[in-house]
Design a protein around this ligand. Structure first.
Ligand code: AHG
Ligand code: MN
Ligand code: MN
Length: 298
């Protein structure tokens, strides 16, 4: 546990992490045009890594490990955790990031983002140990959504490496009560039958919004209400998304915004990880839609 009385308090560490992420965002964005190509390496999940993934990982790694109160740093692009100094062990946060989520969208010039989870426990840990989570969305506008115990806010980030301007545009983001959109990943023939049946129902009720970057697709759900899923697949029962870097932070944000998230059996935030690169099926959005889905999968 971080002692709020020591070195400025728990909240100041969380704020400093998001200051670091916001400060890095314009620089990452500016660097993308020249980094749409394969880097020639694979990450811990066995996926090929683009030059943009590596660059974002490097900049964010430097900025986040420099924050006072951050004891360790883990990234989708790094096999092992990085010791960040700042109060190692007791009294330090662990920060997990997906430096570029949806980076296959780089080549086609579509939305992508950065996902951040701030855990009050050494990783791997469950999402119940999150004290804050957020994401940067590189869309037509660069925005940052941050959730903590107080709620969910959205900021617009502008500027360059010479200086960053942040404006809070929403202070209490909530999922709309009347959901409008859905987005489901994976190939339809790879979906289990019970998920396909649910999808057929949802197609009658909501509009498809799927862009191939979880952050962009979840931001549609946060804005318009609805459900996002990267489901369990017949040959990949754990789906594709990673618990520590992707599913947990998104589940935390959506829960704080009044929605919920499941792996099909239990709340995402209750899933016990074995390792930091574990994958998990993710179904997230308005409560009514996610509960119906969980019942359909039972
Ligand atoms: P990443 O780029 O960090 O590996 O994440 C990609 C994820 C996620 O953003 C998206 O929901 C999903 O992969 C899309 O997968 P497909 O391209 O297989 O549909
Ligand atoms: Mn991702
Ligand atoms: Mn990624």
């Amino acid at each position: 546990m971080v002692d709020p009385a020591s070195d400025g308090g728990a909240d100041s560490t969380v704020e400093a992490v998001f200051d670091a992420v916001a400060a890095t965002a314009p620089e990452i964005r500016a660097a993308l045009p020249g980094r749409r190509v394969e880097s020639g390496t694979e990450n811990a999940s066995g996926e090929s890594v683009l030059a943009g993934d590596l660059y974002a990982d490097e900049l964010l790694g430097e900025a986040i490990t420099a924050v006072d109160g951050v004891g360790s740093f883990v990234s989708e692009e790094r096999e092992a955790a990085v010791d960040a100094g700042g109060g190692v062990g007791e009294g330090a946060y662990a920060v997990a990031i997906d430096p570029l989520d949806g980076s296959s969208n780089l080549r086609s010039n579509n939305a992508m983002g950065t996902v951040v989870g701030v855990y009050d426990a050494p990783l791997p840990a469950t999402g119940r140990d999150l004290v804050a989570a957020g994401y940067v969305l590189y869309g037509p506008i660069t925005t940052m959504v941050v959730a903590d115990a107080d709620g969910v806010r959205e900021e617009v980030i502008a500027g360059d490496d010479g200086g960053v301007e942040r404006s809070v545009v929403e202070t209490d983001l909530r999922l709309p009560d009347d959901p409008l959109v859905y987005g489901f990943g994976g190939r339809v023939p790879d979906w289990p039958a019970d998920f396909t049946d649910y999808a057929r129902e949802i197609e009658d009720e909501l509009k498809l919004r799927y862009g191939g970057a979880m952050v962009g697709d979840v931001n549609q759900v946060l804005t318009y209400g609805g459900i996002f899923a990267y489901p369990a697949l017949v040959d990949a029962p754990d789906g594709k998304l990673r618990l520590s870097f992707e599913a947990n932070p998104i589940a935390y944000i959506i829960e704080r915004a009044g929605g919920t998230a499941t792996d099909g059996e239990q709340h995402i935030l209750d899933v016990e990880p074995e390792g930091v690169h574990d994958r998990v099926p993710l179904y997230v959005g308005n409560e009514e839609l996610v509960e119906r889905l969980q019942a359909a999968l039972a």
